[in-house]
Design a protein around this ligand. Structure first.
Ligand code: C2O
Ligand code: CU
Length: 552
């Protein structure tokens, strides 16, 4: 493969993605950052300079497994020390599979300040994809807050707790539109909201009548689960998280933070007008208005508004269509890689919201995750087997009390704790994970959580409603043609079952992709084959036990 070398300068700049001016994190002046375009087998080198001035930095390459390069995963606290202001860090990794991926900040809650972008990996020369299209486009969906990341993070770790609330806008490829007349309540200075700023004119996708477009949809939302649709057009789903899907056609697609989909859309409607592309929040009774963009038939003017009202999205609280979409996703015929028939270990993760020492937290089996001072990869490699004092060595729980726990009631987890302990997996073993959803601290409320695994893809064996039953539900697993993914939703009061092979030496985060949920402890870390990890680059060090470590 080729080497693709990027030099990125990351800094804060005033941006108006939704017409409201605020400090956003940019890469070479842009948010979303540049799209990485590569071919399977290429080596990506990103030389990243932290020009944020007062904030640390790390960037994660979401969906790239980092086989043999666990130190390039970019997960601060797990695989590296933060990149300090003024420092430069070189990420180097191979994109070994075609598909649609993303990158984003993985330090604190920095992702939602605008540090994100698309990665598109094409098939090698001479290989063709199992579907045809004329043009290939990337569209990132995001939600957007007017408060700074700092203010949000501080609120989440306060007592009394200050929730981040619903986002102010939804962005399609970095553009949204806040209604400036609503700003008075926020008491902002005049001129801060400018509806005529070209920076916030709607994103337009110009299409040529009769042509077929592959749209690579990515959701990088901080909080929201989304539905996306194109007025008057069907879309055919053909790829999910880098894997070919047995095609199915929908009017709207549900997409959760951390997921990617390729959809095929044919420009076959009346070409004398433009159409809306819309995205709206589902799963939460959100106050956030839909995000709008133009599906522009050439040669109409790209900024000409469609003559119709934007189509209403699906009902926010209808779980059935969302579960139905999850169940409709199967591996494509001819591209089926069945999972091992059995697993060596089953871990059940009960997702609950808890109060710990008066603070609101998220927990997995009553343990709310915290990061240690020394990132795990460094702790495990550099302490020469003497990591006892670097993180909690007691293995975290493999499950919860299935018989007595009522997933429909407000949790009464008086024994919830915080911990930085991790799951040690035997190298090359097959592991099943059952994610079990439950009630939050609010009566009759359960939330959707998109869980993302670093360093691997997993097979999605099944979804179900209610409490997972270890005696009967595994018999319903799809072991024939399950899709592989790296991010998967756990629906309200439901469960999701995954299987993966622990064959990638390193330390890997597995967490809810909702920015505030991870910040509040909704995650775990897996370690496997640590003795097979090569020598860590010195640039990963400089914190914890490697504090003051000299860097060349
Ligand atoms: Cu895209 Cu650890 O996340
Ligand atoms: Cu969550």
């Amino acid at each position: 493969g080729r080497i693709r070398h990027y030099k990125w300068d990351v800094k804060y700049e005033y941006k108006s993605p939704d017409c409201v001016k605020k400090l956003a994190i940019t890469i070479n002046g842009r948010s979303p950052g540049p799209t990485i375009l590569a071919q399977q087998g290429d080596t990506i080198i990103v030389e990243l300079t932290n020009s944020l001035g007062m904030e640390n930095l790390a960037i994660h390459w979401h969906g790239i497994r980092q086989i043999g390069t666990p130190w390039s995963d970019g997960t601060e606290g797990v695989t590296q020390c933060p990149i300090l202001p003024g420092d430069t860090f070189s990420y180097r990794f191979v994109v070994d599979r075609p598909g649609t991926y993303m990158y984003h900040a993985h330090y604190g809650m920095q992702r939602q300040a605008g540090l994100y972008g698309s990665i598109r990996v094409s098939v090698p020369d001479g290989v063709s994809e199992p579907f045809a299209y004329d043009y290939d486009r990337s569209i990132i969906l995001n939600d957007w807050y007017h408060k700074s990341t700092y203010e949000q993070a501080a609120g989440l770790s306060s007592d009394p707790f200050v929730w981040v609330g619903e986002p102010q806008s939804l962005l399609i490829q970095g553009k949204g539109r806040f209604n400036c007349s609503k700003l008075t309540t926020l008491n902002l200075e005049p001129g801060v909201c400018n509806a005529t700023n070209p920076e916030c004119s709607p994103y337009t996708l110009t299409v040529v009548p009769g042509k077929t477009y592959r749209l690579r949809l990515t959701s990088i939302t901080a909080l929201s689960a989304l539905s996306f649709q194109i007025e008057g057009h069907n879309m055919t789903v053909v790829e999910a998280d880098g894997h070919y899907v047995e095609p199915f056609t929908v009017k709207n697609i549900f997409i959760y933070s951390g997921e990617t989909y390729s959809i095929l859309v044919k420009a076959e409607q009346d070409p004398s007008r433009n159409y809306w592309m819309t995205t709206s929040v589902v799963s939460r009774n959100s106050t956030t208005p839909p995000g709008l963009a133009h599906f522009n038939y050439y040669p109409n003017h790209p900024q000409r508004s469609p003559p119709t009202d934007p189509p209403a999205g699906p009902l926010w609280d209808a779980v059935e269509p969302r579960l139905a979409q999850s169940l409709a996703i199967k591996a494509r015929q001819g591209y089926i890689y069945p999972p091992p028939a059995t697993s060596d270990r089953i871990i059940v993760f009960l997702n609950t919201q808890n109060k710990i020492d008066g603070y609101t937290r998220w927990s997995v089996n009553n343990v709310s995750f915290t990061l240690p001072e020394t990132p795990y990869l460094i702790a495990l490699k550099e302490s020469r087997g003497n990591a006892q004092h670097l993180f909690d060595q007691k293995p975290p729980p493999e499950g919860y009390n299935f018989t007595s726990y009522d997933i429909y009631s407000v949790a009464n987890n008086t024994n919830a704790t915080k911990s930085d302990s991790i799951y040690r997996l035997k190298f090359n073993t097959t592991v099943d994970i059952i994610l079990q959803n439950a009630n939050t601290l609010t009566n009759n409320n359960s939330e959707t959580h998109p869980w993302h695994l670093h360093g691997h893809d997993f097979w999605v064996l099944g979804y179900g409603e209610g409490k997972f039953d270890i005696n009967s539900d595994p018999a319903r697993y799809n072991l024939v043609d399950p899709i592989m993914k790296n991010t998967v939703p756990v629906h309200r009061y439901g469960w999701t079952a995954l299987r993966f092979v622990a064959d990638n030496p390193g330390a890997w985060a597995f967490h809810c992709h909702i920015e505030s949920h991870l910040y509040m402890g909704m995650g775990v870390v897996f370690e496997e084959g640590i003795e097979k990890v090569g020598k860590l680059p010195s640039q990963n060090m400089g914190c914890g036990i490697t504090k003051g470590f000299w860097k060349p």
